[in-house]
Design a protein around this ligand. Structure first.
Ligand code: GLY
Length: 431
């Protein structure tokens, strides 16, 4: 069977790697990939969803799996399905759960799912009045897609007003900042929880701890993710049942029955677990319509079941026949990013701010075979040298029977990787 993976990042590398493990798969193509992905799969330079559909039709691709949210929100699933091409990922209508933070929050409130107190605004003046009136710390979120960086966590009224200015007036996230969702900042433990669903049956996957802030001790700006590990220490069977019955099931059933959205693919719930006495309430901070990056890099290596079998069950509506199996051992991922460097125009602060690209990378070939290496922003330049092309460059995924064992292994392997300005958080997995 031939599989096409859509994506160019570390998550998409992990998806391609997982399909390449399947005895049912003869060829894995990735549109459009990167230097690391090219070692796992065949990269094809397809940029638009129409080009991808044409390719899938011409090459008789049996299954397409979409990594990122952008093509899903642009309607890749609707396009493939209109041509009878099997594809994993929600259609454009259901993608609204990620492509509009404001609409998703309203839907969840109407469905009785726990979300932080919030209001939506398209007028920056009214947003500022609201911030001054509430009297608690808030998070200001750009409504649209912002590559995981659109949530500004604010410590004061002043910071929140500045967030409104940046998002709605300066438009640092472009059109994504036409509206904002302003929500009460909750304190607790974050958890990224994933499910497979065919729109009717929902199967919990496993959860991961993601680290979104750029600097150690959860300081600095929000990024797309600086590291992750799985299993999550808080996730026991009771909590899985709690999340399934209070969030995942009412959401998938509710959007189908109330909003006519049949949601098929991966459901990613960004949750805040808030303890009150002996009770833990999972509040939904965000819904994503895909696997997380870097959560996929620690979750997929734990999946023992063939992803082709699961994908086929999703596209044919037979997910009730699947019981995925998971390796209980830890996986931990450290992301090497393009940090502070001196560029042609002075100092670059480094990811998620400005960074240099085209920087030669050394030492990847020295990483021990017991670890996995997934690339996010790399290419082979004209002289065939591996160089950086993005803020997140590559990640190392280690394993261990304890979290600390996995953490030490990833840290010691990462020391072998060298490029100018390399930065990675050393506190990933430090409980
Ligand atoms: N790790 C956060 C995300 O994938 O959106």
């Amino acid at each position: 069977m031939k599989v096409l993976v859509v994506g160019t990042g570390g998550r998409d590398h992990a998806i391609a790697w997982k399909f390449a493990q399947s005895t049912r798969v003869s060829r894995v193509y990735v549109a459009h990939g990167n230097a690391g992905i090219a070692e796992t799969a065949e990269c094809v330079n397809l940029r638009s969803i129409e080009e991808m559909a044409d390719f899938a039709q011409k090459e008789r691709i049996d299954l397409t799996f979409v990594g990122p949210e952008k093509p899903l929100s642009a309607g890749i699933t609707d396009l493939f399905e209109s041509r009878g091409l099997p594809i994993i990922g929600p259609n454009m209508k259901a993608s609204r759960l990620e492509s509009s933070k404001c609409d998703a929050k309203v839907m969840m409130r109407e469905l009785g799912i726990a979300v932080p107190e919030f209001e939506n605004f398209s007028d920056p003046g009214k947003a500022r009045d609201y911030i001054r009136s509430v009297g608690y710390p808030v998070v200001v979120k750009a409504d649209g897609l912002a590559a995981g960086k659109g949530s500004l966590v604010c410590g004061s009224v002043q910071e929140a007003e500045e967030a409104v200015r940046l998002i709605m007036e300066e438009r640092i996230f472009g059109e994504a900042g036409q509206r904002v969702d302003i929500e009460k900042r909750l304190y607790g433990r974050e958890l990224s929880f994933f499910c497979f669903t065919d729109g009717y049956t929902i199967i919990p996957m496993v959860a991961a701890q993601d680290y979104k802030r750029a600097r150690e001790n959860d300081e600095g700006k929000n990024t797309g993710g600086m590291g992750a590990y799985s299993p999550h220490p808080w996730l026991d069977d009771g909590l899985v049942q709690n999340i399934m019955s209070k969030v995942a099931e009412p959401l998938i059933r509710g959007v189908r029955e109330k909003y006519d959205m049949v949601y098929r693919g991966i459901l990613y719930l960004g949750l805040m677990l808030v303890e009150s006495g002996t009770e833990v309430t999972p509040y939904v901070l965000e819904i994503n319509i895909r696997l997380g990056d870097p959560e996929a890099q620690v979750i997929l290596p734990r999946l023992r079941t063939d992803l082709v079998d699961i994908s086929e069950a999703i596209t044919t509506g037979k997910l009730d026949r699947i019981q995925p199996e998971w390796d209980p051992n830890y996986r931990l991922c450290l992301i090497a990013t393009s940090g502070r460097t001196r560029g042609k125009k002075g100092w670059y602060k480094g990811y998620p701010d400005r960074y240099k690209i085209g920087v030669p990378i050394e030492g990847v070939d020295k990483i021990g075979k017991e670890c996995l290496v997934f690339h996010s922003g790399t290419e082979n330049n004209d002289s065939g040298r591996l160089v950086t092309t993005g803020g997140r460059v590559l990640c190392i995924v280690s394993s261990g029977s304890t979290l600390d064992q996995a953490r030490q292994a990833a840290l010691s392997e990462m020391e072998k990787v060298r490029f100018e300005g390399i930065y990675y958080r050393k506190d990933i997995g430090l409980e």
